[in-house]
Write a protein that binds this ligand. Structure first.
Ligand code: ATP
Length: 425
C-alpha cells in the first residue's frame, strides 16, 4: 500500500506519527478527513489538519495537547477541540452523523462511525479519510468514490437531499468547482438548480450565506465565482436588488489590475481586504438604503458596512476629480476614504484624470505630514484656540499645494493663517 501521507509537508510528519502513537495507546480509531485529504491528493499545500476520532474527540485532543505542551481549546457545544501548533491548528471532532429536521436547519448530531461521518459531508471529494492508526497508517478510506471524482474533476453530492438539507453547499459547490476548474457532475447540477428554483437560500441563516460568499470572494480571481453565481441566477435570490449586468462584469474585470497596481506600488500601505472591493463591485448599483439593509441582514461587520456605504456617499465627489484641481482637493476627497474604496473607484472610474489623481494621492499626498506641532505654535506665542484644528488643516492643505519642504515655510504660513483667522473672528 502506498501511503497517502508520503508527500505531506515534513512539518506535519512527527505530528501525525505522534497522533498515531496516541491512537494506538488509547485503542481508538483516528483519521485525517475532509478537505485536507482532498488537498493532499491534489498535491496542494496543507496548513491545518482535520482529525476525526471514533471516540471522545475532546478527551483525545486534551491528552494530545498535554503531550506536546500546546494550547488547547474545546468547543463543548460542537463536541470539538483545537490544538494550536505554531501557525497551524489541528481540529478534532468525534465521528458523528447528522440529521436535518427541516431544510436549512442546524443538524441534530450524534456519535457515529467514520462511514456515517463521511456521509454527512458535502461532496465526494471532501468525504475521504486517511487512517492514522499504525495497522493501516496512510491508507485511503474512500466509501463514496471521491478519488475517482477527484481524477475526473467532478463535484458530486453524496445524496439527493444534500442541497435542500444545507443550501450553503450550493455556494461551496461553486467555490470548489471554480477553484479547481472542476465541473458540477450532471445530476448534482440538476439538484442544485432544483434547490435554487425552490428558493432554498431563504431557508438558511443569512450569516451562513455571508460566510460562504466572503470565502468565495477571498479566492483568487473572484470574478469567475461571481460569474457562476450570475449564470445560475443565484445573486437575486440572495438579495432581490442585486441584478448584475454586462457593465458590472466589466468593472469586476477592472478590479483585478487595480488591486495588483495597489499591491505592486504601495507595499508599505495597509494590506487590502480584496474581497470587500469585489463586494463593492456587486453592490455599487444598489440604492444606499438597499445596500444598508443587505449588509445588516447578512451580518457584515460595522467597519465593512461603513466602507461599503461610503461608496454611495462619495461617488459624486470622486467625479469632481475629473478636471484640473489643486492637490489639496485631491487630498481632501480621498484621504477620508478607505483603501478599498479608493481602489474600487480606481477600477470604476474610466476617466484618465481621476485615475491620475488617485495615483498622485497614493504616491505622494498620502504621506504629507506637517513638521509643525501644537507645541511649536505655543512656543511661537500663538494663543491656544479652538481654531487650532482648522489652522492645522489649512496649513496642511497649503503645504500640499505649495510643496513646502521646511519648517520655516510652515511657520511663515502659520502666521498668515493665524492672522487671517483672528481678523475674521
Ligand atoms: P477549504 O479548502 O476552503 O478550507 P475545506 O473542504 O477544508 O475547504 P472546510 O469548510 O474547512 O472546507 O470544511 C472541512 C470539511 O468539512 C469539508 O471538507 C467537508 O468534508 C466538511 N464540510 C464543511 N462544510 C460542510 C457543509 N456545509 N456540509 C457538509 N460538509 C461540510
Amino acid at each position: 500500500m502506498v501511503s497517502k501521507l508520503k508527500n505531506i509537508n515534513p512539518y506535519f510528519k512527527p505530528i501525525l506519527e505522534s497522533l498515531s502513537g496516541l491512537a494506538d495507546r488509547l485503542s481508538v480509531r483516528v483519521y485525517l478527513v475532509g478537505g485536507v485529504v482532498r488537498d493532499l491528493m491534489l498535491g496542494e499545500k496543507i496548513f491545518d489538519l482535520d482529525i476525526v476520532i471514533e471516540a471522545d474527540a475532546i478527551e483525545f485532543a486534551h491528552k494530545f495537547a498535554e503531550i506536546h505542551k500546546k494550547q488547547f481549546k474545546k468547543h463543548h457545544t460542537f463536541g470539538t477541540a483545537t490544538v494550536f501548533f505554531d501557525n497551524h491548528h489541528i481540529d478534532f471532532v468525534t465521528a458523528r452523523s447528522e440529521t436535518y429536521s427541516f431544510s436549512g436547519a442546524l443538524p441534530k448530531v450524534k456519535p457515529a462511525s467514520l462511514k456515517e461521518d463521511l456521509l454527512r459531508r458535502d461532496f465526494t471529494i471532501n468525504a475521504m479519510a486517511i487512517s492514522l492508526n499504525k495497522s493501516d497508517y496512510g491508507k485511503l478510506i474512500d466509501f463514496y468514490s471521491g478519488e475517482n471524482d477527484l481524477k475526473k474533476g467532478l463535484i458530486r453530492v453524496l445524496h439527493g437531499d444534500s442541497f435542500m438539507d444545507d443550501p450553503t453547499r450550493i455556494l461551496r459547490a461553486i467555490r470548489f468547482e471554480q477553484r479547481f476548474s472542476f465541473k458540477l457532475e450532471r445530476h448534482t447540477l440538476k439538484l442544485a438548480k432544483e434547490a435554487i428554483s425552490k428558493n432554498a437560500f431563504n431557508l438558511v441563516n443569512p450569516h451562513r450565506l455571508r460566510e460562504e460568499l466572503v470565502l468565495m470572494l477571498e479566492e483568487p480571481l473572484p470574478r469567475r465565482y461571481i460569474k457562476r453565481l450570475y449564470e445560475l441566477r443565484i445573486l437575486p435570490l440572495i438579495d432581490r436588488n442585486i441584478r448584475l449586468n454586462k457593465k458590472d462584469f466589466h468593472i469586476l474585470v477592472k478590479i483585478e489590475p487595480a488591486i495588483e497596481f495597489y499591491k505592486a506600488r504601495f507595499k508599505r500601505h495597509r494590506q487590502l481586504e480584496d474581497w470587500l472591493i469585489y463586494l463593492m463591485g456587486i453592490l455599487y448599483r444598489l440604492k444606499s438604503q438597499d445596500a444598508s439593509k443587505f449588509l445588516d441582514t447578512f451580518g457584515f461587520r460595522k467597519g465593512e458596512k461603513i466602507r461599503i456605504l461610503s461608496l454611495y456617499d462619495n461617488m459624486d465627489k470622486i467625479k469632481q476629480l475629473n478636471r484640473k484641481v489643486l492637490s489639496h482637493v485631491i487630498y481632501k476627497t480621498l484621504n477620508p476614504l478607505s483603501f478599498e474604496n479608493i481602489i474600487f473607484f480606481y477600477a470604476y472610474c474610466q476617466k484618465k484624470a481621476i485615475k491620475r489623481h488617485i495615483e498622485i494621492f497614493l504616491d505622494k499626498l498620502i504621506n504629507v505630514r506637517l513638521r509643525l506641532k501644537g507645541e511649536d505654535l505655543r512656543k511661537l506665542g500663538f494663543k491656544p484656540t479652538t481654531l487650532y484644528g482648522k489652522i492645522f488643516e489649512k496649513l496642511l492643505y497649503t503645504k500640499i499645494d505649495k510643496g513646502f519642504k521646511t519648517l520655516e515655510e510652515e511657520i511663515r504660513e502659520a502666521h498668515i493663517i493665524f492672522e487671517n483667522c483672528q481678523s475674521k473672528h
